[in-house]
Design a protein around this ligand. Sequence first.
Ligand SMILES: NC(=O)c1ccc[n+]([C@@H]2O[C@H](COP(=O)([O-])OP(=O)(O)OC[C@H]3O[C@@H](n4cnc5c(N)ncnc54)[C@H](OP(=O)(O)O)[C@@H]3O)[C@@H](O)[C@H]2O)c1
Length: 343
Amino acid sequence: MRAERELAIAIVGATGAVGSEVLRTLEERQFPVGEVRLFASARSAGEFLEWRSGEARVEDLESAAFADVDVAFFCAGGAVSAEYAPRAVDAGAVVIDKSSHFRMHPDVPLVVPEVNSCDLAERHLGIVASPNCTTIPIVVALKPIVDAVGIERVVASSYQAVSGGGKRGIEALSRETVDLLNMRAPGGDEREAVFPRRIAFNCIPQVDAFLEDGSTREEAKVIAETRRVLHLESLPIAVTCVHVPTFYGHAVALTVELAQPLDAADARQLLREAPGVILCDLEGDMQYPTAADVGGTDAVYVGRVRNDPSHPHGLQLWVAADNVRKGAALNAVQIAEILAREI
Ligand SMILES: NC(=O)c1ccc[n+]([C@@H]2O[C@H](COP(=O)([O-])OP(=O)(O)OC[C@H]3O[C@@H](n4cnc5c(N)ncnc54)[C@H](OP(=O)(O)O)[C@@H]3O)[C@@H](O)[C@H]2O)c1
């Protein structure tokens, strides 16, 4: 893409799983970056990250000034966004926030460009939110089906990679796997545990904290965000989110009750033509994407498209995408590409 001029970019959380991917994605997609400012905590201030043919230095966020920054990507968690994103906006930047902090704020658009880029045209506070990494593949896959026949209910079960828990999640799976393969009890400080149980050679049906009704915060986010992005505020959705011992790539099994019958072959055709989707399900050859296939790629992959034998208007799909790329960094950069046309 080409803006009128090169833009000054800030990445808050630049040393993390998402922030470092934002930096790579800006370069890969030739985003018109003039100056780049990288921020993290005092722990990593002074480090250097690869940028173009050289390096860029990481600064301590605490002493950050956002003067002259055009676009600030926030990838450092909700508490950091709550405190620093308004400061960046006051200094004149547009913020693209990867945390959940502003996602349900009525004056903050929650955007997946292939699905609801129209929401960027609404009045906003200078902050645009990017959804949760499980929400994004769900809405990209559902959008063409919603438009064609409408949907009445969704049941989703996720299989989420450890990188969804950031760089500490990746380290936890690596460390536990090495320990177990060496016949040692998994080490690490329990007080700093990323996952509520051992993740190596295990599956954990808990992502984030429990709520009073027995669901988890992750499940509640996926429900609320899916409704908001699809503009289906009262859509019935049931979600179970599960951590699995893969490094990159979230997968979701979707069972969808449609408003009208839709043959699986017609659903495949809709998905084949949908923006951002790669259909792996060539009729008859039973192809499907796995986490290992989608790591490091940009699309939302869909396979196992079939009619649900338990419901007259039912459709089942298997959806997978790289949670750090389309689930986070790429989605944020795509939002910036749209906004940059107006800066
Ligand atoms: N990982 C995913 O798949 C994914 C997907 C969608 C959304 N998100 C969201 O994106 C955000 C970042 O996630 P992540 O996975 O990249 O986490 P991460 O790997 O743990 O990285 C966190 C980043 O934030 C910085 N940071 C933490 N506390 C800070 C503070 N007080 N002041 C300044 N910088 C601070 C860290 O800096 P240091 O290096 O100095 O510690 C690091 O750069 C989170 O809000 C997360 O929910 C993540």
